[in-house]
Design a protein around this ligand. Structure first.
Ligand SMILES: [Zn+2]
Length: 421
């Protein structure tokens, strides 16, 4: 079915234009340009949907519950937070995974995310034995995405040591067999794509990294891993391998243009150079990194090297793409003592750089999936904002409350205050 939407404005990373319609057919945008005929969206701007490139949906269950010191852990930090997260992961069931994931993905759609990358590492029964269907929990996540209508990149995550028994597979071969099975199952599912991931250099040994990297490159799959989130992880990696995490990933063939490093909070210049050489991207999770006390992303160094950047809401302490983007620039300002820091070459404001990180594109264009957001121009946060300032007003002065509707694959999947349809 062919539809044309006629909002008041169509927004891209650089500004906004009136008198423009967006036409889509079979889930794809086929035209963006001057249009008079179509479905009017009065008071709305249309923009690309945000990509949430790093999620652990079940951690949505910790919201508000971990913001206090437990008497048993007076010096609360990432590692004590992790104990609380493990306690939650311990009791998940296929039913509860689907339920918490659905709740999390509904919130994402309401915030303007149209796509989510789920870094899924709870695989087996609590004692570590596989379920009858060893991908049952991954499928519960996929079904939750389908329940809500969000686009999903599902990453089964390899875990060899540490963590809980239910995270771990006995061998890299058995892990990759499960990935094969899941890829077969997901074939033909419109909104679900399967990639692969390794949890971290602390949870996965060198031999696994080599195998998983080879597998991903052979099948041309997106490949993710947490790295350099915490100083202790770097020290442990140096003690075991004599290398920093990203150096180890380079040496094991893990890095490539389809690889994404999640966090890179404490990556040094040499590690960032390695990412640049291999065309590897970085996924920043600023609200979570701030909440966990991880540190500041080296954003200026990332921009200097022109590394591809994406954002993720990770632990879901907050689900708001505008806030993730704002934090990236705000952190850079705090670190540098300057304003308008992350300004890409040829530009005068950080806004386009940040929106490209959030959208994975610059604006709506023909050939892209019809994954869109409707922005309420009458929202108090946007009152008296000139059309040309709208992108910056969104990044610097708005929250997810300005999102009035969300479309995925040309279908409206969220409408504020009403039934979607
Ligand atoms: Zn994570």
């Amino acid at each position: 079915m062919r539809r044309t939407l006629l909002p008041d404005l169509v927004l891209d990373a650089h500004g906004a234009q009136g008198g423009v319609g967006a036409t889509f057919e079979n889930g794809r945008i086929v035209e963006v340009g001057p249009a008079k005929e179509g479905e009017r969206l009065p008071g709305m701007a249309l923009a690309p949907g945000f990509i949430n490139d790093h999620s652990h949906a079940f951690q949505r269950g910790l919201r508000g519950a971990v913001e206090r010191i437990e008497p048993s852990h007076p010096g609360d930090d990432f590692w004590t937070w992790r104990e609380r997260m493990y306690a939650l992961a311990e009791v998940l069931t296929p039913g509860s995974v689907r339920e918490v994931s659905r709740c999390c993905y509904e919130e994402m759609l309401s915030a303007g995310y149209t796509s989510v990358t789920e870094f899924h590492y709870v695989h087996h029964r609590p004692d570590g034995t596989p379920y009858g269907d060893s991908n049952v929990l991954a499928k519960a996540v996929a079904r939750a995405a389908e329940d809500t209508g969000i686009r999903l990149l599902l990453l089964p995550v390899a875990y060899a040591r540490g963590g809980l028994p239910r995270f771990r597979d006995p061998s890299v071969q058995s892990f990759l067999q499960r990935v094969d099975d899941l890829r077969g199952w997901a074939e033909g599912r419109l909104l679900v794509e399967v990639g692969v991931a390794a949890h971290s250099v602390r949870a996965v040994p060198r031999g696994w990294l080599e195998e998983i990297g080879r597998y991903a490159h052979r099948h041309d799959l997106p490949l993710h891993i947490h790295a350099d989130e915490q100083p202790r992880e770097i020290e442990e990696c140096q003690a075991e391998h004599g290398l920093r995490p990203i150096e180890l990933l380079a040496q094991t063939g893990f890095l490539g243009p389809s690889t994404s490093i999640v966090h890179a909070t404490h990556a040094n210049g040499k590690e960032l150079d390695l990412l640049s050489e291999r065309g590897t991207s970085v996924c920043a999770c600023p609200t979570t990194e701030g909440n966990l006390g991880d540190g500041f992303l080296p954003t200026e160094e990332i921009l200097e090297r022109d590394l591809r950047l994406s954002v993720g809401s990770d632990s879901h302490v907050r689900i708001d793409p505008f806030e993730e983007l704002r934090e990236i620039e705000t952190n850079a300002r705090r670190l540098s003592g300057r304003r308008n820091v992350l300004v890409a070459e040829g530009e005068t404001t950080p806004t386009p750089y940040l929106l490209r990180a959030g959208w994975g594109r610059t604006g709506l264009k023909s050939g892209d999936p019809a994954d869109l957001t409707e922005i309420d121009l009458s929202h108090p946060a946007l009152a008296d904002v000139e059309a040309r300032d709208l992108p910056s007003a969104l990044v610097f002065g708005s929250g997810s409350g300005v999102i009035a509707g969300t479309w995925v694959e040309g279908r409206k999947v969220y409408e504020r205050g009403g039934a979607s349809g």
